[in-house]
Design a protein around this ligand. Structure first.
Ligand code: UT7
Length: 317
């Protein structure tokens, strides 16, 4: 039996920081409201001309450096994003050209905030099937480009960033299991136009926040349970929960229901905002590089987003 494991992680945040106080000058909002309702204090915004693939390239090179690998060692790229540089070619292909690993399969998955969970699950299966040796699973976004900066209900939430993991074959399971789901019946609660359906508002993120909040908490708890049950484990066995960073209240509610102390939860939402597909791999990399997450730790990753799509993964790091 062949397994996959995370060889290394990497992430990148653009230099420009936008604080809640900066937003107070742009919108009818307050630092107090944003912190109390979301936990967000600041977020990073891409520079003019900086694209999703630009951010992803930095994150991937950091992961490759940490693994002691070269770009030409990569033989699969799975790229989760909702803010692609172009309609086509996909971001995976654009990144492949930058890395120089020509000829290897490269594609994007557009499952919104769950983009990385889908990318990880797919990359894991390629490695386990023996069809890839070193596979990149990426989540990267420039959500600032599709944000309506006059809409206070969404502009304070979303931000830019990128995270990546490099998977490699292993004798013992690193990725223990992944669990993906979708329910398109909820597509109207959270979406962004800009595709070929011209009846929808162009580009801007449209969200019925309250409804999304309630469904997110319930669904994420079930998704975590699903991963634990599949592996015959209780939440007490977890060293770390690395959740989707949409809202600190969602993260706290999820941890409370699992009876998991917040000391065992990696939270970056205060510094990163909601970076959609990038949020989980960014938080994972922060956890690893800060020394909190160590080799051998049992980690649960989860995300929920537009679609709705959601997923979890249990990992022995
Ligand atoms: O990543 C994908 C998944 N996304 C999520 O999981 C997001 C889920 N939703 C949420 O995180 C929360 O619903 C929000 C943070 C988006 C909103 O928080 P809320 O506690 O649900 O607030 P609300 O939408 O019920 O709005 C409460 C009040 C409203 O005023 P009234 O009607 O009570 O007078 C809003 O107009 O807060 C007002 N409001 C604001 N006030 C100041 C909404 N946005 C703002 C703002 N600043 N930025």
């Amino acid at each position: 039996m062949r397994y996959s494991r995370i060889a290394a992680t990497g992430s990148y945040l653009p230099a420009k920081v936008l604080t809640n106080f900066d937003l107070e000058k742009m919108l009818s909002t307050s630092d107090e409201w944003i912190r109390e309702r979301t936990g967000i204090e600041r977020r990073h915004i891409a520079a003019d001309g900086q694209t999703t693939v630009d951010l992803a390239e930095h994150a991937v090179r950091a992961a490759l450096d940490a693994a002691g690998c070269k770009p030409e060692d990569v033989d699969l790229i799975v790229f989760g994003t909702t803010t692609p540089d172009l309609l086509f070619p996909n971001c995976g292909v654009l990144l492949q050209a930058r890395l120089g690993c020509r000829g290897v399969p490269a594609f994007s998955v557009e499952t919104a905030c769950s983009g990385f969970m889908y990318a990880l699950s797919i990359a894991d299966k390629f490695v386990r099937a023996g069809e890839a040796k070193r596979a990149l699973a990426i989540g990267a976004e420039t959500l600032s480009r599709i944000t309506d900066w006059t809409d206070r209900s969404t502009a304070v939430l979303f931000a830019d960033g990128a995270g990546a993991v490099l998977l490699e074959p292993a004798e013992a399971p690193g990725i223990l299991s992944t669990h993906l789901h979708a329910d398109g019946a909820y597509s109207n609660l959270l979406y962004s136009g800009g595709g070929t359906d011209l009846s929808k508002p162009r580009r801007a993120i449209t969200m019925t926040g309250n409804d999304v909040f309630k469904i997110a908490v319930n669904t994420l708890c079930k998704s975590i349970e699903e991963a634990l049950v599949a592996n015959g484990l209780q939440a007490t066995a977890l060293d770390w929960l690395v959740p989707h960073q949409a809202n600190l209240r969602i993260i706290q509610a999820t941890a409370r229901r699992l009876d998991l102390p917040m000391e065992r939860v990696i939270t970056t939402v205060q510094d990163h905002g909601n970076t959609s597909a990038a949020s989980v791999p960014l938080a994972l990399d922060v956890g690893v590089r800060s020394g909190k997450i160590r080799r051998g730790d049992l980690i649960l990753l989860e995300a929920f987003g537009g679609g709705f799509t959601w997923g979890s993964a249990l990992i022995r790091y």
